[in-house]
Design a protein around this ligand. Structure first.
Ligand SMILES: Cc1cc2nc3c(=O)[nH]c(=O)nc-3n(C[C@H](O)[C@H](O)[C@H](O)COP(=O)(O)O)c2cc1C
Length: 184
């Protein structure tokens, strides 16, 4: 056991989110961390449809969150020491940079930004990156210390619908950066 540090995992509705358990959650649990999982509403729908929400809840021993708690009820997740966001849609990245907290995943991320170490993998394509505000969003997030797994070494940008659906996400790079943060 590495201890009882909490690595919160946030997934959004981009390709590869179906591998969140195998790619990220299981390796973090194997390292001895608590791993509360939060999904955007769309990602929760995708993972629920393939039984992955149940699998994640069984494995982590915690509810998978995608909706806000009721006023007066207790937060069902422990406070995070470190946060991993993967895959992050272009939509999630833009909203996080702008402070738009219109679902539970973004509410948690907006509360923790600039306070809790965060590693984010934007799973985007060349069209997302041409959006005129994109580079500003990335720059703003870097300014407050967000560690972006971004660039040709990790995820070369391709035009929409030209990537093989099986193109693997850079889980090992995310784990490497999380290991470094958690060892600090
Ligand atoms: C099959 C499918 C794959 C998608 N893959 C991506 C992706 O890799 N990256 C991305 O930014 N958006 C992707 N999208 C679009 C997002 O799902 C869409 O923008 C959604 O509104 C984002 O919601 P969220 O950020 O709350 O999860 C995909 C949509 C579909 C239907």
């Amino acid at each position: 056991m590495t201890g009882s540090k909490v690595v919160a995992v946030v997934g959004s509705s981009a390709g590869g989110v179906e591998d969140l358990r195998v790619g990220l959650v299981e390796p973090l649990l194997d390292r001895g961390y608590q791993v509360p999982v939060t999904l955007t509403p769309t990602a929760a729908g995708w993972l629920d449809a393939i039984g992955e929400v149940d699998e994640l809840e069984k494995l982590t021993g915690l509810p998978v969150r995608s909706v806000p708690r009721l006023p007066g009820s207790r937060a069902p997740h422990p406070r995070p020491d470190v946060i991993a966001v993967a895959p992050a849609t272009a939509n999630l990245v833009a909203k996080l940079a702008l402070g738009i907290a219109d679902n539970q995943a973004l509410t948690m991320l907006c509360e923790n930004i600039a306070v809790t170490p965060m590693v984010v993998f934007p799973r985007v394509n060349a069209a997302h990156a041409r959006q005129p505000s994109w580079e500003n969003h990335l720059q703003l997030l870097r300014t407050v210390g967000v560690d972006l797994v971004y660039g040709d070494d990790f995820w070369p940008l391709r035009e929409p619908r030209t990537s093989a659906p099986s193109r693997p996400l850079p889980w090992s790079e995310l784990l490497r950066r999380l290991d470094r943060l958690l060892a600090a």
